[in-house]
Design a protein around this ligand. Structure first.
Ligand code: C5P
Length: 438
């Protein structure tokens, strides 16, 4: 079992600074350890006021240094990052970002990171205006140019009451980001010639810079995304469904919106909140999903079928709850095939949008994905394997193989679904624009 742990034998420095999101760092610490990492936590004095040092020491199994003088002799700032595979600062405040950008070394974290030679990732978390402030943006650019990996904060309601960009990403997304750095996988693309295409990056500095490239714009595009499972009723209280969480589709809807597209998210039952600025239409069955897609197709430029649509539905749905007393030792449900929504869109004769599908596979992924691309008349298909604990259904991270009519267009290695969604939207919007020009 432990052989499958993706962070086995990895030493990770977890820097925690004084943002209210510091409490989420406890969950992140647990998650990293659960996935096999040896975690050395370092806290700033402000972080110590928000979460207990003893809590993090107990969670990580190591003393937690904070103040250079107080902790001198126990653990030196040079020793902290020795042998570390990666350091991650989550949450990273505007204050610590500014200190890192300008070489301050006034506490154990800033001094330790100044001496670090391992890759460093930061997850900014602060008020939206502090984040947008030019000082913070310039400091982030400085760090990015120097090879730091800067994660985009999430959007939503902030602890201060404001709404916007500035939330610390969820611990699972941060773990996915860390995995993508350790796997050396940022912007690794095969044969993709669109905007943002880069040669395989060689140094941390190059990798850092890849995140600063202009993103493909979705401005003026109407994008439909289907997401989540469908639920096919058996009777008024029972239904057939699957394990899809909807996270990949919601991340794509958010990434498309962040790139300026107008986004309609047609979602089966999930526990997720709609991303800001996205129109969500809730459906349950495959037939409802198809209807909602058809109702919204007018003016649609890009269709992304990410939903795990049930292939079959019950031929008849019982009006009343099927009583246990009526049931024998066996029960037969007659199922009939559902329409294929992605294929319906892919085969439209008029007003056909650039059409993207997904393929969740357990074996022979490439072969199955290429066959689906052909059969459904898609422009692009993103294939992932779903027989692993670290990716696919329900997980915060994923790895995608993207195929188009010319074959493999990109391999987007294991990383957070949020980061993947951004890369995928950049590819889709660039390809869709190329198609329009042609
Ligand atoms: O054939 P398979 O179900 O694996 O194909 C997956 C792709 O097709 C996904 O993009 C999914 O959203 C779409 N699909 C659909 N309608 C169905 C079945 C699958 O849109 N009835």
């Amino acid at each position: 079992m432990s052989a499958l742990l993706p962070l086995k034998n990895k030493k990770i420095i977890l820097g925690i600074t004084g943002s209210i999101a510091a409490y989420k760092a406890c969950v992140l610490c647990r998650l990293l350890i659960k996935n096999g990492a040896d975690v050395q936590v370092v806290m700033t004095p402000s972080a110590c006021k928000l979460v207990g040092r003893d809590t993090l020491a107990a969670l990580s199994g190591h003393p937690v240094p904070c103040d250079i003088f107080e902790d001198a002799g126990k653990i030196g700032h040079i020793a902290i990052s020795k042998d570390a595979d990666i350091a991650v600062v989550a949450p990273a405040t505007a204050q610590t970002i500014a200190k890192l950008a300008h070489g301050f070394a006034d506490n154990m974290l800033t001094a330790g990171l100044l001496a670090a030679t391992c890759p460093i990732a930061i997850a900014p978390a602060m008020n939206v205006n502090m984040f947008r402030n030019q000082a913070t943006q310039e400091n982030l650019r400085i760090l990015s140019r120097r090879g730091y990996y800067v994660m985009r904060p999430a959007s939503g309601s902030l602890a201060c009451g404001d709404t916007g960009e500035g939330r610390m990403p969820e611990p699972e997304d941060i773990m996915g980001f860390i995995l993508s750095i350790l796997n050396g996988s940022h912007a690794q693309r095969i044969g993709f010639e669109g905007r943002g295409a880069l040669p395989s990056p060689k140094s941390p500095a190059e990798l850092g810079q890849t995140r600063l490239l202009p993103r493909a714009s979705g401005a003026g595009l109407k994008v439909i995304v289907t997401a989540g499972p469908t639920a096919e009723a058996i009777d008024p209280v029972r239904f057939i469904t699957n394990r899809s969480s909807g996270r990949m589709g919601y991340a794509i809807a958010q990434a498309a919106r962040e790139r300026g597209a107008s986004v309609v998210l047609i979602s089966g039952p999930t526990a997720l909140e709609a991303p800001e600025g996205v129109t969500r239409i809730n459906v349950r069955s495959a037939l409802d999903m198809l209807q909602a897609v058809e109702d919204n197709l007018a003016g649609c430029s890009v269709f992304i079928g990410c939903a795990a649509v049930s292939d079959y539905r019950c031929e008849t749905i019982a009006d009343q709850k099927i009583s246990g007393r009526e049931k024998g030792q066996t029960m037969t449900l007659k199922l009939v095939k559902n329409p294929d929504i992605a294929a319906t869109v892919g085969k439209l004769e008029h007003g056909r949008p650039f059409t993207v599908g997904f393929a969740a596979e357990t074996i022979n992924g490439e072969e199955h994905a290429k066959a689906k691309l052909e059969e459904k008349n898609l422009d692009m298909i993103a294939m992932n394997y779903v027989n692993s604990t670290t990716q696919g259904f329900g997980s915060g991270s994923n790895e995608l193989f993207v195929y188009d009519r010319d074959g493999l267009a990109a391999h987007l290695p294991l990383q957070s679904k949020q980061a993947l969604a951004g890369e995928l939207c950049d590819m889709i919007f660039t390809k869709a624009a190329d198609g329009e020009k042609a």
